[in-house]
Design a protein around this ligand. Sequence first.
Ligand code: GLC
Ligand code: MN
Length: 403
Amino acid sequence: MADTSPATKRVCFATLLTTDSYVHGALVLAASLRATGSRHEIICLVADGQLSRPALERLAPAFDRIVSVPILDTNDANNLALLGRPDLGSTVTKIGIWALTEYERVAFLDADTLVLDQIDSLLCLDPSAELLPGDVAVGRDYRPNGGMINEGLLAAAPDLGWPDCFNSGVFVAKPSTTTHTRLLALLASKGSFDGGDQGLLNAYFDDWSRADHTRRLPFAYNTTSTSFYTYAPAFAHFADSIKVVHFIGAQKPWKWRRAHDGSLLLGATAATPYDSNASPFAVFIEKWWSVHDAHVSLWSPAKGHFSQEVALSLSEHYGPGSGLGCVAREQPSLNVASLSLSSHQLDDAWKREGNDYASIESRGTSENGWSEFMPAHDFALSPLTSGASSGHSSGIHLNRQSD
Ligand code: GLC
Ligand code: MN
């Protein structure tokens, strides 16, 4: 008889990229998971053939595993226009999560999220485990399948725009071939009511809001940026308990501008320093950049004044400007294996496609691909730069501080 004890079951954190444009988000997310002391595998799903070679080369050492999945797209211009995000049709590729049946449980996080405190409890399979205050016991049901008709969704947090829907930027899934097949069938037959993954998933798991309370993640696990504007007192009251910030909307952290001294400027274009009182949410943009500076950026203080272009480039080899959607012309994006392969077989297939990956393999990465950065339980963010004028950032802590 197979050993089904919790210790032998595989779990992971996962994110998804369908273009180069969120690569820096995924790299910062992985760094933030490690910085907050996660002990679990962190994988990145990449839409087959959609990412550039420099992007894949940056991702490989940052994640424990890169899994290519077939790209899906609703091509639903009408509903995406309603959502105000014409670029989100390919987010339905996310349902590839349910095909990863080698995992008992997957905690999915959008690439535009930042982890501020350890969230390993999402992947805790042991019903007798002691949880810390504020942690959640995912899927400890009172009713079979938590009272839900369809299986596969263990927990999610409400969406602020329509709280009977869950926000699909953070959720815990139980992969299953049946669920995956049914999601594909629903996509093919009815599409998605918002043109992206959230509409599709909420149509499939449409009784989520009436499920057992352990299927509902606290909002602190998916604190979306709009909450700072809709309920500012709650934000002020609960700010210290936020575990995951989700930068929804088109204005992603990597699009915020920074001055030459590294300090944050207001929005994408304005040249004025932001006012943290007027915009408390910008503190989290600063946090995102702090993690980026520490673990992802190709800019460093030794290179002189801050350069956003250098910071966001994907490879020194390709030079500034190679990042954020620019696929180097002589390096076409990679096509990965046939779509009928299992995720096991697709795993790392992109590496085998080319014959010039020796440089990646010889970089001396450790078994889990992360040689330079050791997880720490006590991780405090440093200011964006030592000379940055935004002094308040030095007081921001990422994780369980002893003080
Ligand atoms: C919401 C979700 C995001 C999803 C999008 C489209 O913004 O946070 O994860 O991709 O809706 O459905
Ligand atoms: Mn998102």
